[in-house]
Every structure is written in structure tokens, then in C-alpha cells.
Design a protein around this ligand. Structure first.
Ligand code: NAD
Length: 265
């Protein structure tokens, strides 16, 4: 296998346990020759299994609450020290809805929680990119990715306020993508992933039924976390240097389907 990320250095947010999409991405990036730093919220470091991943990959973990600019600046500065230079790629793999977690219906949202949801799931992406720009942390022709979901474009009632979070996240990728391209030819994209059995995914009501529905609607079936990690590796590699400001569907064809006979069987 040729190593697509040989010599590249990247920061990966959001590996909580071995089901996390970010966990698979970290493993594949390392397998492709990248040097990585892992990060997650301090509470996730206590509850999750990220230490096992770091030990396995021989990487460092730098705690950062993605809503804290101070934490993000510290993360970027420390990472550059560890790497001995700038960062080639970043994965933002963060999502959390307070209203979903606390079972508040979409027609009865708590607005303080909603704003916190937006901060964690979307504004953090802007904060990350702005901090990286101020610190001049990205290598020329680098790649920044965030993970999204098709509820940004279409209505999936149980996804609640995460739909607006993802719409905002994708918009930040387009808007900041312009500035990053002009500053250092860095590309910024979102990957819109199939439903995936993870902690964040299975927090959505009726997730396992919906997972089966999406699997039937997608002619290739649902894309796994492993396949998503492969796609992330290509997006971090030099093979995709002219792709920017895009929302890229990685969903087995779900987003182009109107009707699937399999659903009626
Ligand atoms: N699972 C799915 O069905 C699915 C589908 C499409 C997109 N996504 C997106 O993929 C991304 C990763 O989610 P996942 O499915 O791997 O679930 P996950 O629960 O494994 O990962 C979510 C991560 O967000 C982290 N996080 C939460 N609050 C944070 C904060 N304040 N600061 C830093 N990190 C914080 C958590 O600790 C966790 O590691 C999310 O953006 C999610 O919305 C998931």
C-alpha cells in the first residue's frame, strides 16, 4: 500500500471510543504515515478510551474544549511544538445537542441549550479556523475537514437542532474556505456521512430503525466509519488539492435517491 500521508502532521478532534469516526480516521492517518496529535474535551478524556488509542498509535493527547478559544490556541501552539512546524491537516469531528440529550422536542426547545449546541457543534469550527489563522498554524496546501449530515439540507425530524448546527457548520466551511485558500492555499470541506453507530449517532431518537431505512435507501448501503476514514485520508492527501469549500456526500448514494423499491418490499 502506498502511504498517502507520509511526512504529514495532523490534529484529530473527537475520538471518544473505538466506534467514533475520528478513532478510525486517526488509525488510518497513522497507517498512511502521518504524525498526529489527538484532542478531545477534558470530560471525554476522563470518560472515553482515547488514552488506549494514543498508546496504540504512540501519539500525544492535548485536552481542549472546542468552544474555548484559549484551549484551541494552546492546542495549536503545543501541536506545532510537537510537530516542529506547522500543521498539514485537521479533522473536526465534534457534535452534541443538549436539547436532544435532554429529550426536549424541536417545538419546545430550550434556547440557551440551543446556543450551546451551536457553539459546540458549529461555532467551534469557526473558532478553530480563526485561531489557526491568527497563529499562522497551517502549512501551505493543507486540508481542514469537518463531519456533517444531510439534515443540513433536508428534514429529518428527530435530528432536531443538529440540523441547523450542520447547516451552520457547512456554511462556515464555504465562507472560511475562501479566506484559507487566499491565505495559504489551504482547503476547507465538510464530509456528509451516512448514519453511523457511534455515541453521538445513537443519541438520536429511533436511530437504529433509521439506520436500517438509510441502508435500504442507499444503493451501496450505509457508508461505515471505516470507509469515512478512507475518504478523510484522501482529503488530507495531496491527491485532492483543488477541492475546497464543498460539502462532500459520503453516503452510499442516499442523497441522490428519490424512491428505493427495497423500502416497499
Ligand atoms: N454518527 C452518525 O450517524 C453521524 C453521521 C453524520 C455525521 N456525524 C458527525 O460525525 C462527527 C463525529 O461524531 P461520531 O458519530 O463519531 O460520534 P462520537 O460521539 O464518537 O464523537 C463526537 C465527539 O464530540 C466530542 N465533543 C463533544 N463536545 C465537545 C467539546 N466541547 N469539545 C471538544 N470535543 C467535544 C465528544 O467528546 C466526542 O468525541 C460529529 O460531527 C457528528 O455529528 C455523525
Amino acid at each position: 500500500m502506498s502511504l498517502l500521508l507520509e511526512g504529514k502532521k495532523g490534529i484529530i478532534f473527537g475520538a471518544l471510543d473505538e466506534n467514533s469516526i475520528a478513532w478510525k480516521v486517526a488509525e488510518k492517518c497513522a497507517a498512511h504515515g502521518a504524525q498526529i496529535v489527538l484532542t478531545n474535551a477534558p470530560v471525554a478524556l476522563r470518560m472515553g478510551a482515547i488514552n488506549d488509542l494514543a498508546a496504540k498509535l504512540g501519539t500525544e493527547i492535548i485536552p481542549a474544549d472546542a468552544t474555548s478559544v484559549e484551549d484551541l490556541e494552546n492546542l495549536l501552539s503545543r501541536s506545532m511544538e510537537i510537530f516542529g512546524g506547522k500543521v498539514d491537516f485537521i479533522l473536526h469531528s465534534i457534535g452534541m445537542s443538549l436539547n436532544v440529550r435532554k429529550k426536549k422536542e424541536y417545538t419546545d426547545l430550550n434556547y440557551e441549550w440551543m446556543l450551546k449546541t451551536f457553539d459546540i457543534s458549529a461555532v467551534s469550527f469557526h473558532k478553530l479556523m480563526q485561531s489557526a489563522m491568527k497563529l499562522d498554524a497551517m502549512q501551505e496546501w493543507g486540508s481542514i475537514l469537518a463531519l456533517s449530515y444531510i439534515a443540513a439540507q433536508r428534514t429529518f425530524p428527530d435530528y432536531s437542532e443538529m440540523a441547523e448546527s450542520k447547516a451552520l457548520l457547512e456554511s462556515f466551511a464555504r465562507s472560511f474556505g475562501y479566506h484559507w485558500a487566499k491565505k495559504a492555499k489551504v482547503r476547507v470541506n465538510t464530509i456528509s456521512q451516512s448514519p453511523t453507530m457511534t455515541t453521538a449517532g445513537s443519541g438520536v431518537k429511533g436511530f437504529s430503525d433509521f439506520f436500517g431505512y438509510a441502508n435500504k435507501m442507499s444503493p451501496l448501503g450505509n457508508a461505515s466509519a471505516d470507509a469515512c476514514a478512507d475518504y478523510c485520508v484522501t482529503m488530507f492527501s495531496d491527491l485532492t488539492r483543488m477541492v475546497t469549500m464543498q460539502n462532500l456526500y459520503h453516503d452510499g448514494g442516499f442523497s441522490s435517491m428519490g424512491m428505493a423499491p427495497e423500502i416497499l418490499e
